[in-house]
Design a protein. Structure first.
Lengths: 257, 794
């Protein structure tokens, strides 16, 4: 059965003015993300990957085009509506594990749940959900620690837990493994795959073929244009992870990767 | 390359650099003007009295040309030198300003010729007045101010039966009689005009008199000798007492010193915060520079140059702005005394240089940490905000409050040191304001009348001459009876106007007290129509007959007498013996005084002063009715000088209005400080927390939620600061103002009046609202922080 479209981007343009010079970072970008899909965006440095992620997630304004999320054009939303959308429907994971310094790990995780007005649950239930998430991600032991008392891997998992606490429809991840070592990267990607398996869509930006090969689809972006799309899930459905990586590598090499 | 880095830094961190610049500017302005004011005020009274040539004693007598006092002084072995000025005494009833009686005046006014002046009198420009034009009159600054007299006004003086008209030509500062607490004032006229009045009134005993200024070898021996010999002296005032009479000016000066110290403290605390805060912001750059091999010394030098440049420019502007600011504060106390800036510009320059030095020293201290940091640690400290100290004190999961309030509370308790600056600044400003409010309310309180040696009446009438003719009392063989007769007439007139009231009169006599070998010329008070039991005593029991007396603690100490001792009163009709039965305090005469029983008989010769008639209504009316009757009594007696207890006290002490003036300045300064501190600190917090704000926005916080957190932090701090200030308000008022009341004669201390509405509601709310509105408006800048800044701050 065809999955419904969760995110639809039409002719998205983003232009920065730097020193009175126009810099067109995204040029008429169009694509879709289906419910429960895991999509990677790849491309060389400066190609517009992160800008694409920030604009489609409503964190940055678009210059032109449409971003339809759950049948609503988020480019027409005001700041408050966007904030509510980010709080209730979206999750974010950044390359640097940004968390609030004065809170414990658990408090950082449950903070969005305490802030939302959508879900009616007691604080006790929220804490329980936060702890369950931490347990699932293997970081329950550091629940009461300060964020400076835990490792990078634990911190990134805590960020994942935070992004999941309000049960979002989609998670946007900007280089989620960019500052992690190989083992920790694999663990984090494992978690993201598990989350995706449970039905949450993920759109991530990465340079790492290993990371991208775990996705169902890869978009390749160069100079603000999507140059190609590789449907890993369709073409390499039952392939091993190594085969997926190799195939993706071959596809990317066509673009001079 | 250094210059390039600096230029980039100043451009890139423009907000923080501007904040630091403003704080340096304010510090320089506050410190330079405040230090100058403290130095100026510290020994202002001594300087003023010396400059005017005031000698060890001021003696006022009623005798013509001072012939007797001259002989007395010439015969006195303890006199070093003296000069005598001839004066004419008149009362305020005999002075018409533009055709009307003066609103408020001192009991006794001296008219004198400019050529006879025994001390130097100074004009507004602080120049000595040595000439007065014909038909011109110069008036003491306090009288000008109290009666709202302007240059060019017409003044008519009634001497004998003739009015002499003059034009007000200016005001002067009078070191001897210019203090608010001195019950005399001086009018200065031309020699010829004076001679004309004096010649026409040669035989008028009650008009002619003299004032002597005397330098002595030994105060105690001189006082003893002069008190034994001369009975025509109205008042004998030592230079120390004159200095004490400036206590009210000094209250204002003291307030200025407290204001100045608070400003300096706030400036230093905020400056230190800003420098250490901005240096922490530089850690990332410091780390990068260390990583590429720039030496610690060069890195520190770079920041020293930057802060030195900001400090120089800030202090330069602060120095210029500090001069008018200091003058503005000084003006409130300098209208009636000479306040000459001691250090002048030099002090301002030195203070400004000190601010530069402090900035550089703070910078050296804060950058010392650079030596110890590895490049990676420096980068992390600057960029990731990593610490090695637990910060999360309270837990969201365990606190049943709203998330925004929790976040604010958590931020405050996690970085208490950082936020304490706001609480300290707020506490200082509020405490300062409350000290002034408490002082003003205490000085206007009904209860303080008892500490001034008065009985509390419903109303006081100052214009008493219709019933109590001064001349009749002076001539009377039994002054007490004459006063009683006057009071009876007054009660009758009130009854005719349907007001049932009992009247009383506070009579003061200038009599020498003797105990063993100790003498003291004192004001002896006697309530006529009131009972000694109605006054306040701190030890012993009130005098019950005409053989008993109560002494103030200060007089008792001076005489060496105590309760149970027998002392002598050297009255004009001979010596009388009294037993001391009680001790009390009296702030009306700087602590000196005694009180005799109402049945005591006093000869008119000994009567020294006329105070007021007290009215007590027999039907115990409420406040509104008293107010109505006050207006009616004004009509009956054709005078405006009818006062409630608080107003009466203020007419004597006359400082509440000045304190109110200072209150306004302090309020303005406090509000400005709070606006500056809260706006600049909120800006600092936003600049420092841009990434955290971006994270919160990214995870779904609305701008208004984050603004609420920022405002709530200040609200928490203000609540804390208000609680501290309110707890400390009484002890702080006692600590700061108590010594001044003690100097005024409150040997046993006084009861402070705390007006709850003002202290606990109005002022905290005004200041809290000022701060909260400032922070709320500043926090609008949070809206400009983009979620994409999550990847890099400022």
């Amino acid at each position: 059965m065809e999955k419904a479209t969760l995110l639809k981007v039409n002719n998205l343009c983003k232009t920065y003015i730097v020193n009175k010079r126009q810099n067109n970072v995204l040029k008429n970008v169009s694509f879709e993300v289906k419910e429960g899909e895991m999509v990677a965006v790849m491309g060389p440095s400066g190609s517009g990957k992160s800008t694409l992620l920030y604009t489609v997630s409503g964190m940055d304004k678009v210059t032109a085009g449409e971003v339809i999320f759950c049948d609503k054009d988020i480019t027409k939303m005001n700041e408050n509506q966007l904030a509510e959308l980010r709080l209730d429907e979206m999750g974010f994971i950044f390359q640097q594990m940004y968390m609030l310094q004065n809170l414990t790990v658990l408090d950082n995780i449950i903070l969005p749940a305490c802030q939302t007005k959508k879900k009616k649950e007691s604080k006790k239930e929220t804490v329980k959900r936060g702890e369950d998430l931490m347990r699932k991600l293997g970081i329950i032991d550091v629940a009461d620690n300060d964020i400076n008392e835990i490792s990078g891997g634990q911190l990134q998992r805590a960020c994942i837990a935070r992004s999941l606490i309000n049960k979002p429809k989609i998670i946007f991840a900007d280089e989620p493994t960019g500052s992690l070592n190989r083992n920790t990267s694999e663990e984090v990607m494992e978690e993201l795959s598990n989350i995706n398996s449970s039905g949450t869509a993920i759109m991530l930006v990465t340079h790492d073929i290993k990371v991208a090969s775990k996705c169902q689809r890869v978009l390749y972006i160069v100079d603000g244009n999507i140059k190609g799309e590789y449907k890993l899930e369709e073409q390499m459905c039952n392939a091993s992870i190594r085969e997926r990586e190799r195939a993706l590598n071959n596809w990317l090499s066509e673009f001079g990767w | 390359m250094y210059l390039q880095i600096l230029k980039k830094d100043i451009k890139r961190k423009v907000t923080m650099n501007i904040i630091l610049f403003l704080f340096v500017l304010l510090s320089s302005m506050f410190i330079s003007s405040s230090v100058n004011n403290i130095l100026t005020i510290a020994d202002a009274t001594d300087e003023y009295l010396n400059k005017a040539g005031v000698k060890d004693y001021l003696i006022a007598t009623l005798e013509k040309e001072g012939s007797s006092i001259r002989e007395n002084l010439e015969d006195n072995d303890y006199v070093e030198s003296f000069n005598i000025e001839e004066v004419l005494y008149i009362t305020y009833k005999d002075i018409l300003l533009n055709g009307s009686v003066l609103d408020e005046s001192d009991a006794t006014s001296l008219i004198m010729s400019v050529n006879q002046c025994g001390i130097f009198l100074f004009n507004e420009k602080n120049e000595v007045i040595d000439a007065v034009k014909e038909k011109d009159i110069w008036i003491s600054a306090k009288t000008m101010n109290n009666n709202n007299i302007k240059i060019g006004d017409s003044i008519k003086l009634l001497c004998g039966n003739v009015y002499y008209e003059f034009k007000v030509a200016g005001s002067f500062k009078d070191a001897a009689l210019g203090a608010e607490m001195i019950g005399m004032t001086r009018y200065l006229i031309n020699e010829e005009d004076y001679n004309e009045i004096a010649t026409n009134n040669t035989d008028n005993y009650y008009l002619n008199g003299s004032v002597a200024y005397v330098d002595v070898k030994d105060n105690a021996l001189f006082e003893k000798a002069i008190s034994q010999k001369d009975s025509t002296i109205i008042s004998l005032t030592s230079k120390d007492s004159l200095k004490m009479a400036y206590i009210m000016n000094m209250i204002l000066a003291g307030v200025l010193i407290v204001v100045s110290i608070c400003l300096i403290l706030i400036a230093l605390v905020v400056l230190k915060f800003t420098i250490s805060f901005t240096i922490t912001q530089e850690y990332r750059e410091i780390g990068v520079m260390k990583a590429i091999g720039i030496s610690n010394f060069k890195i520190r030098l770079l920041y020293l140059i930057k802060y030195f440049t900001i400090a120089i420019i800030g202090t330069l502007i602060g120095f210029v702005a500090g001069i008018p600011f200091g003058k503005l504060l000084l003006e409130s106390v300098s209208f009636s005394i000479i306040l000459e800036s001691k250090g002048g510009i030099l002090i301002n320059i030195l203070c400004s240089l000190m601010v530069v030095l402090i900035v550089v020293l703070f910078c050296i201290r804060c950058t010392r940490k650079i030596n110890k940091l590895s490049p990676v640690n420096a980068i992390r400290n600057g960029n990731f905000g990593e610490r090695f100290k637990k910060k999360s004190i309270i837990k969201l999961e365990k606190v049943p409050i709203k998330t925004t309030l929790f976040m604010a509370l958590n931020d405050v308790v996690s970085s208490l040191k950082r936020y304490s600056i706001v609480a300290i600044a707020f506490s200082l400003c509020l405490s300062l304001q409350l000290i002034l409010v408490n002082s003003r309310n205490t000085l206007l309180s009904d209860g303080l009348n008892k500490d001034f040696g008065f009985v509390i009446n419903d109303l006081y009438v100052l214009d008493i001459s219709s019933f109590l003719q001064l001349e009749n009392i002076y001539k009377s063989e039994n002054a007490t009876e004459t006063v009683y007769e006057g009071l009876e007439k007054m009660e009758q007139l009130l009854e005719e106007n349907n007001i049932q009231a009992k009247c009383n009169y506070e009579m003061s006599c200038s009599i020498t007290l003797k105990y063993k070998d100790n003498y003291s010329k004192n004001l002896i008070m006697q309530g006529i129509g009131s009972s000694t039991n109605q006054y306040k005593y701190y030890e012993g029991t009130p005098p019950q007959n005409d053989k008993e007396i109560a002494l103030t603690k200060i007089t008792a100490n001076r005489l060496g007498a105590n309760i149970g001792d027998k002392i002598e009163l050297l009255c004009s009709d001979g010596s009388r013996e009294y037993i001391v039965t009680a001790l009390f305090q009296c702030m009306n005469n700087l602590g000196d005084g005694a009180r005799v029983h109402e049945s005591n008989q006093i000869k008119g010769n000994d009567v020294a002063g006329l105070l007021s008639i007290g009215i007590n209504f027999e039907d115990e009316p409420n406040e509104n009715e008293i107010d109505e009757r006050k207006n009616k009594i004004k009509e009956i007696f054709n005078t405006d000088m009818v006062y409630t207890p608080g107003e009466y006290l203020d007419s004597i002490v006359g400082v509440a209005a000045s304190i109110k003036g200072i209150e306004k300045i302090v309020m303005l300064v406090s509000v400005l400080i709070l606006v500056f501190v809260s706006v600049l600190m909120e800006y600092s917090f936003i600049a420092k927390e841009r990434r955290e704000i971006a994270i919160m926005k990214a995870i779904g916080f609305k701008s208004k939620d984050i603004m609420k957190i920022h405002v709530a932090r200040f609200v928490i701090l203000i609540i804390l600061a208000v609680l501290i200030s309110l707890l400390l308000t009484v002890p702080l008022t006692e600590f700061t103002v108590g010594p001044i009341f003690n100097m005024m004669g409150a040997s046993y201390g006084i009861e402070y009046k705390i007006v709850a509405l003002e202290v606990y509601v109005i002022y905290p709310i005004i200041m809290a609202l000022t701060t909260i509105i400032s922070v709320a408006l500043t926090s609008i800048a949070i809206k400009r922080v983009k979620t994409t800044e999550v990847a890099g701050a400022e």
